[in-house]
Ligand binder design. Structure first.
Ligand code: HEC
Length: 260
């Protein structure tokens, strides 16, 4: 099995060949060439924009992102765009004068709530499984964004001899293999505004980039600070080397003559 997908706008090839397995049989997600993982690389803003769309139109039907406010997406969207995309989402408002719950359109400062009222409601809608909050899921799983990408593209028929109970699906990357989330992506499920074809691997890549940015929005400033520190340190080292050569030059060039 080998499905590959070309990411639009760059020539990085994302592949989901599951050839490696950990000792318990769970497949190990191959490392993908994420632009944000390169030394001086930064987040692909177009990918975050598409990834938000995947989250909003597909994943948010089951998963909240309680720690992420709409305005946190300002790395990829303008303030005006954020207002519009927040207003497209309903959130819980203040109770009305009779104490009844109300809903209102979200504002930029609102957080992305779970679609379920509570854990019991979430489980009963998902055959007992709980869709976790996705705010920091990328940090909370081994292999991080590589895992999310492989999980989303890694659904297969169950191996011979394995029978799954109703509501479970086979995914070699999920610990144990049987996952309570139906394959959420299918080719062409949504339409990207920038015309990128919405293949499963494209959507998986974009939503993984989006989730990675949400889980660690400060990666980029930290990386830039690190590079600055490295640059100034190398300058200091170079200068002290020149200084040392200068100071030692008289000593090293000295001829010592011993007379009797
Ligand atoms: C119809 C509901 C539904 C949709 C839509 C959905 N999920 Fe899930 N998801 C679940 C459930 C239920 C689980 C828990 C599965 C389990 O524990 O067996 C889950 C689990 C997960 C996990 C955690 C896996 C782990 O290691 O524990 C991730 C990551 C995830 N979903 C990402 C996504 C993304 C990204 C999307 C959108 C592309 C998405 N889901 C769409 C229901 C959904």
């Amino acid at each position: 099995m080998a499905a590959t997908g070309l990411s639009a706008g760059s020539f990085l090839v994302f592949n989901n060949v599951n050839s490696v397995e950990a000792s318990d049989g769970t497949a190990i997600p191959p490392a993908q060439p994420w632009p944000h993982k390169e030394l001086a690389g930064s987040f692909d803003a177009a990918s975050i924009r598409r990834g938000y769309k995947v989250y909003r139109e597909i994943c948010s039907a089951c998963h909240g992102m309680n720690e992420i406010a709409f305005r946190n997406l300002n790395v990829a969207f303008t303030d005006a765009e954020i207002k519009v995309l927040a207003a497209a989402v309903d959130v819980e408002g203040e109770p009305d004068s009779q104490g009844e719950p109300t809903t209102r359109k979200a504002k930029a400062f609102d957080y992305m709530q779970s679609p379920y009222k509570n854990e019991q409601a979430a489980r009963s809608m998902n055959g007992g499984a709980l869709p976790p909050d996705l705010s920091v899921i990328v940090k909370g799983r081994p292999h991080n964004e590589d895992y999310i990408f492989s999980l989303l593209t890694g659904y297969e028929d169950a191996p011979a001899g394995v029978s799954l109970r109703e509501g479970l699906y086979w995914n070699a990357y999920f610990p144990g293999g049987a996952i309570g989330m139906a394959p959420p992506l299918s080719d062409g499920a949504i339409e990207f505004d920038d015309g990128t074809p919405a293949s499963v691997s494209q959507m998986a890549k974009d939503v993984s980039t989006y989730l990675t940015y949400c889980a660690a929005p400060d990666t980029e400033p930290r990386k830039k600070m690190g590079l600055k520190v490295l640059a100034s340190l190398s300058l200091v080292i170079a200068l002290s080397w020149v200084h040392k050569r200068f100071k030692w030059s008289t000593i090293k060039n000295r001829t010592v003559i011993f007379r009797e």
